[in-house]
Design a protein around this ligand. Structure first.
Ligand code: ADP
Ligand code: MG
Length: 684
């Protein structure tokens, strides 16, 4: 008997070759097969009289073969089978290219349903390579709404469709209902069996929508349950106990008061630290919102209990910057602070590692070097990672893994819409810093086109004359990209600028340079030794150059809005009035709308929501940087409402049955476990 785990070869018509092809599409078992959802649908449910079909229209016609098909060889490699077909309204010439077997499959007088593109020239109508099914056998590829599947060599739509049909017939009755009845009722979702049937063989567009709604919910619900379970387990593990301390002492040492949002984030983290579990908290805040201070307060807090902290930054420059900032805030209290980066000499590294092992440091700040094999920690209580999307879940857990179960604080400057944060950081609790320190200046933002180049250069001249520095960012140009317009590559643009401003110091930094060279160029800019820094987006992440007052983005249409917002956050960090200028010659409505958002708001969350809406989550996160399992039917951006609903239901369910051990949750537990198995690397 076939069940879900039966190999697809079990299906009639699926031999070795087709099974291999299906494997390329990720389909190995009957379960995969029925879960192989169509990419789109074509409405072939309506028949059209031949004479009424318009030129270029995709139509279904019902017609009788009117003569005997003729095979002609035009030349080597081009064979035609031609015949005429008629209905009450008119006649159409049907041609098949290089399918000579078709000559014998059509017989004069047979009635067929043809689906294809009608071409009309004057009174002459023709169709090339239409899908054809004998009249009365509709329900395959004609006469209804037909699903279109992703395709690969060795398969065609008809063979997939037949396989799916058999798959549903063989095990459709055994489709487990993974949604608890109560959830299904509350959210008004159709039963599983019905949804799987209708997603492949919709009766009409209404039932298709019901099926989609149910399956999208189901997918997000399983994901939310999986992430919820991880979170549940983490919290129950015994955390390093951290005693109480009075933060007033720390706050009053600062030259300014913390914002309400900073205070709130710290309080939430302190609660985690004292909960008995392990803290796993994400602090999300726009560029410049003051996340470093939150980290500093918590480092101070665990130090009061006699525990050390590690602070991991994504680049050497940032590690340096954090080292200076944090030393400034914390060493007056007597914290012993060290730094560990790849650029340090072997001797320096050795000394720092020895000090770490001996427990002589209360805070270590560094790059990836922090989790290299030979680093040993003593008494580590807290790990802070900055700009976490640069690290990925894997690296984060590498550091955490080597130090027992320290509390973890993750800081991210990529504002993510709240709904999405819930699922992407589903294993983390989230604090949001939604308030800027007082007195922040707005960075004025403008969009200009190439005709402003001379004025733009004049502006660079004026600002550098006043002693300010300028960032110019060019989009990454892939080598094999075939582009209609000349795109600025960072290196070329730097040369151009150097010739316009021979007296100014122009430097260039891009991703293809060695890390050490990159850091040297960056360090020179930070130190004010360069006037103009031309770069690719390598400078996107948190570098602080208070003297920089102008950010120019070339070919701005090539950047995502969130990325532009990050870039803009590089200026306006000091006391100088700052500007951001987006240069773009792309003159489409879509580009204008996107760049327009940048000129209208400085709110990173608003921008990210717009960005997500306009571009979808794929682009938003780059190539699956978020490390979430791929979704089959749900779209994390477009289905945000459903996501929220699924998340709520999952939370509710897990509160009642954290381990999913109740018999009515067995099918759900199995699906969650399957998700874990198939995505081991996303959930480590
Ligand atoms: P980000 O969130 O981008 O990492 P930072 O932590 O680098 O932001 O802070 C940006 C700047 O704001 C720093 O110069 C910091 O000293 C300053 N800052 C942070 N918190 C406050 C505050 N509450 N009041 C005034 N300035 C603050
Ligand atoms: Mg920062």
């Amino acid at each position: 008997m076939a069940d879900f785990n039966t190999d697809v070869r079990y299906i009639k018509g699926i031999g070795e070759k087709k099974a291999l092809a299906l494997g390329k599409l990720g389909v190995f078992t009957l379960r995969d097969l029925v879960s192989f959802f169509p990419r789109k649908y074509e409405d072939r449910s309506q028949y059209r009289p031949i004479a009424l079909a318009m030129d270029g229209e995709q139509v279904c016609i019902r017609a009788v073969v009117a003569d005997t098909p003729r095979l002609t060889r035009i030349r080597r490699g081009l064979e035609l089978v031609k015949f005429k077909a008629v209905d009450d309204s008119g006649l159409v010439d049907i041609t098949y290219f290089n399918q000579s077997y078709r000559k014998d499959s059509f017989h004069r007088g047979d009635e067929y349903v043809f689906f294809g593109k009608m071409e009309v020239k004057g009174a002459h109508r023709s169709m090339s390579n239409p899908v054809a099914e004998p009249e009365g056998r509709e329900g395959g590829q004609t006469g209804r709404i037909v699903p279109i599947y992703r395709m690969t060599a060795g398969l065609n739509q008809a063979s997939i469709l037949q396989a799916v049909r058999q798959g549903l017939d063989l095990c459709g009755e055994k489709l487990p209902e993974i949604l608890p009845e109560e959830v299904r009722q509350r959210c008004e979702l159709v039963p599983a069996r019905y949804a799987y049937e209708q997603i492949h063989f919709p009766a009409d567009f209404g039932t298709l929508e019901l099926a989609r709604r149910r399956l999208i919910f189901e997918e997000l619900f399983v994901l939310a349950c999986a992430l919820g379970r991880i979170r549940g387990e983490r919290v129950r593990e015994g955390g390093i106990p951290i005693g109480e301390a009075d933060l007033t002492e720390f706050w009053s040492s600062l030259p300014f008061s913390p914002t309400g949002a900073q205070r709130r984030a710290v309080e939430q983290a302190v609660q985690d630290l004292q909960s008995g579990g392990v803290m796993n908290r994400l602090v999300q805040g726009d560029v410049g919102s003051g996340k470093t201070l939150v980290a500093a307060a918590l480092i101070w807090y665990v130090w009061r209990s006699g525990h050390g902290s590690a602070f991991m930054a994504p680049t050497e420059i940032l590690a340096d910057q954090h080292y200076h900032t944090l030393s400034g805030m914390l060493s007056p209290f007597g914290l012993r602070i060290g730094k560990l980066t790849g650029a340090m000499s072997a001797k320096e590294k050795r000394e720092v590692k020895a000090a770490l092992k001996a427990g002589e440091l209360d805070l270590i700040i560094g790059t990836h070097a922090l989790f290299s094999q030979d680093v040993e920690y003593s008494n580590l209580g807290l790990v802070v990672t900055d700009e976490q999307h640069r690290f990925g879940v894997e690296q984060r857990s590498a550091l955490i893994g080597k130090a027992g179960k320290p509390h973890v604080l993750v800081m991210s400057a990529t504002p993510i819409p709240r709904t999405l944060a819930l699922i992407i950081y589903g294993d983390l609790d989230v604090s949001i810093i939604d308030e800027m320190p007082p007195g922040r200046q707005k960075v004025d933002t403008f969009t200009v086109d190439e005709s402003y180049r001379a004025r733009l250069n004049g502006f660079i001249r004026k600002l550098t004359g006043e002693g300010r520095q300028v960032f110019v960012v060019c989009p990454m140009v892939e080598e094999n990209e075939d582009l209609p317009t000349p795109l600025k590559s960072a290196e070329e643009h730097a040369k151009e600028l150097q010739s316009v401003f021979p007296d100014l110091r122009v430097a260039c930094v891009h991703g293809k340079m060695k890390a050490r060279d990159k850091d040297a160029v960056m360090a020179a800019f930070v130190a004010g030794e360069t006037d103009i820094l031309v770069s690719t987006t390598v400078i996107e992440v948190g570098v602080d150059v208070p003297n920089a007052a102008l950010m120019i983005a070339e070919n701005a249409e090539r950047f995502g809005l969130s990325q532009l917002h990050q870039l803009r956050g590089r200026v306006g960090r000091g006391q100088h009035k700052s500007w951001c200028i987006l240069v773009s010659d792309a003159d489409t409505e879509e580009v204008r709308a996107r760049l327009g958002i940048m000129t209208k708001t400085n709110d990173g969350f608003k921008i990210s929501e717009e960005d997500l809406r306009l571009r979808g989550p794929g682009d938003f996160f780059g190539s699956r940087q978020h490390g979430l399992p791929e979704t089959h039917i749900a779209d994390l951006g477009a289905d945000a409402d459903t996501l929220q609903r699924a998340q709520q239901e999952a939370t509710r369910l897990l509160a009642a049955d954290p381990q999913l051990v109740l018999p009515e949750h067995t099918a759900l537990r199995e699906r969650v476990e399957q998700l874990f198995r198939e995505n081991a690397d996303s959930f480590n």
